[in-house]
Design a protein around this ligand. Structure first.
Ligand code: NAD
Length: 480
């Protein structure tokens, strides 16, 4: 049980402005596992003020040398490492992520990212001088943008927050982080780690709350940049507000990516099973980049159906805190309703359930859905066009590589995807033609040193890689 009655604002644990709280229920057991205060507008004001003061302080975080910031970020990483088991447990208990996954993606990865950006920024000067075209000299500076509002979803709460705070801290920005109400408990060890590392007061502030609090933060007059990860619906609303305010914004949104199985692909699960799972079903489908439209060549369609049926049928379903679990529950009953609604729609529109389609037997508690494989799916079916965010795959037949690329691109989204073949050159040829922000060959795993993000309705801007630091900076030219 994690019960907290204070908010982390301005480097201190302070009393919230109201007695409202967010109670979190375990996705696996449906039991209450803790609560934190719910931030309201007055708390967001306090957090933004703290972040503002920390940014405007003449000796504040943005004025620290990159090397000093890097050292603090490395200490922050060390403190996160100390709390890694606690973080993994809290994330898994809340959102149902199998603990084997949260231990690496959620508990270990943020520290890795902090150290990576510390390394990138260590030697940076963010200032260069070159001759002015008309004579004299110009000094070009990359200055931190200011106070960042970072809004994160519940599916990978720690790593997706780190996608934002690691480059933002490297750039010299201060942050107000708003976690999703489903995953607020893990923000406590995050705040404790920042404080223990000596990240100065007000540089990182956390306001747990829902959509209204998020919307208030987005439009707050003293915020300089919004970095959002979540649904496309929310992203559009946030983009509209930021457009009106001329406020820089990064949007990491939904996906409906294609896993393209070429006709020479190795379909032996003993070889590709783990990679195929990670690229299509990781975190029981509650992962934005998954290839949930599986494009299968007509010449090997039945074989592909059998492969996915065997994969889905082999996965161990269970409590997220069990080390051997591969498929945990949906994060909330609302999310399970949504997934089950799509399964019903798939059946109604004529797709064929090969495996799954219901709730697993033997799981009396928890919001579980069976891994579900639909065959004979047309790309126009609702289940092929809309993001389900559950363990539901649509197997769509195609005739040749050009047809596969056409179907892959016939989507509102463009975030991830994968190409499966024994021929790397052929894979690269296909990958180059898929309209997407990222794509893997015979696996899918984002590379922190490379840009990550989406095209079309999957987002605006990129995270990760050294370039992400520049999304938290603006240029200034001094004609000296
Ligand atoms: P969501 O959009 O409902 O909520 C995300 C966050 O935004 C939450 O903290 C929520 O409280 C807040 N929010 C919602 N509406 C808001 C508004 N109008 N203004 C300000 N804040 C608002 O999404 P979710 O259900 O929590 O997460 C699942 C979605 O996130 C999926 O669509 C998934 O694809 C997407 N996602 C994208 C990426 C990516 O990198 N592209 C990564 C993970 C998840």
């Amino acid at each position: 049980m994690t019960y907290h009655d204070t908010l982390f604002i301005g480097g201190e644990w302070i009393a919230p402005s109201t007695s409202q709280s967010i109670t979190v229920v375990s996705a696996s057991t449906e039991e209450v596992i803790g609560s934190v205060p719910e931030a309201v507008e007055a708390d967001v004001d306090a957090a933004v003020d703290a972040a503002r003061r920390a940014f405007d302080d003449p000796n504040g975080w943005p004025t620290w040398s990159p090397a000093d910031r890097a050292a603090a970020m490395e200490r922050f990483a060390d403190e996160l490492d100390k709390r890694a088991p606690e973080i993994a447990k809290l994330v898994s208990a809340q959102n149902g992520m199998p603990i084997a996954i949260s231990s690496s993606f959620e508990a270990a990865f943020p520290a890795l990212l902090l150290r990576y950006y510390a390394g990138v920024v260590k030697e940076a000067t963010f200032e260069e001088e070159h001759p002015h075209m008309m004579g004299g000299t110009t000094v070009v500076r990359q200055e931190p943008l200011g106070v960042v509002g970072a809004i994160v979803p519940w599916n990978f709460p720690q790593s997706l927050a780190a996608f934002k705070y690691a480059p933002a801290l490297a750039a010299g920005c201060t942050l107000v982080i708003k976690p999703s109400p489903e995953t607020v408990l893990d923000s406590v060890p995050l705040a404790e780690a920042a404080a223990a590392a000596g990240i100065p007061a007000g540089v990182v502030n956390i306001v747990p709350g829902g959509r209204e609090v998020g919307a208030y933060l987005v439009a707050h007059p003293r915020v300089d940049k919004i970095s959002f990860t979540g649904s496309t619906v929310a992203g559009r609303a946030i983009g509209e507000v930021c457009g009106r305010l001329l406020r820089p914004v990064t949007l990491e949104l939904g996906g409906k990516s294609a896993a393209i199985i070429l006709d020479d692909a190795d379909l032996d699960l003993a070889t590709i099973g783990q990679d195929l799972f990670q690229a299509t079903l990781l975190n029981q489908g509650q992962t934005c980049f998954l290839g949930t439209r599986v494009l299968a060549p007509r010449s090997r369609y039945d074989e592909v159906v059998d492969t996915f049926a065997a994969l889905a049928g082999s996965l161990k379903i269970g409590d997220a805190l069990d080390e051997t679990t591969q498929i945990g529950p949906m994060a909330s009953d609302r999310q399970r309703d949504r997934v089950e609604g799509y399964i019903a729609k798939g059946k109604a529109e004529g797709a064929r359930v090969v495996v799954g389609g219901g709730r697993p037997s033997g799981q009396d508690k928890g919001w579980f859905v069976e891994p579900t494989i639909f065959a004979d799916v047309d790309n126009n079916h609702t289940i092929a066009q809309e993001e389900i965010f559950g363990p539901v795959l649509s197997l769509i037949p195609y005739t040749d590589d050009a047809d596969a690329i056409r179907i892959a691109n016939d989507s509102d989204f463009g975030l991830g995807g994968s190409v499966w073949t024994r021929d790397r050159e052929r894979a690269l040829g296909v990958a180059r033609r898929v309209q997407t922000g990222t794509i893997g060959v015979n696996h899918y795993l984002p590379d922190p040193t490379s840009p990550f993000g989406g095209v079309k309705a999957s987002g605006l801007g990129r995270e990760l890689s050294p370039h992400a630091i520049s999304h938290y900076q603006q240029y200034k030219s001094i004609f000296a």
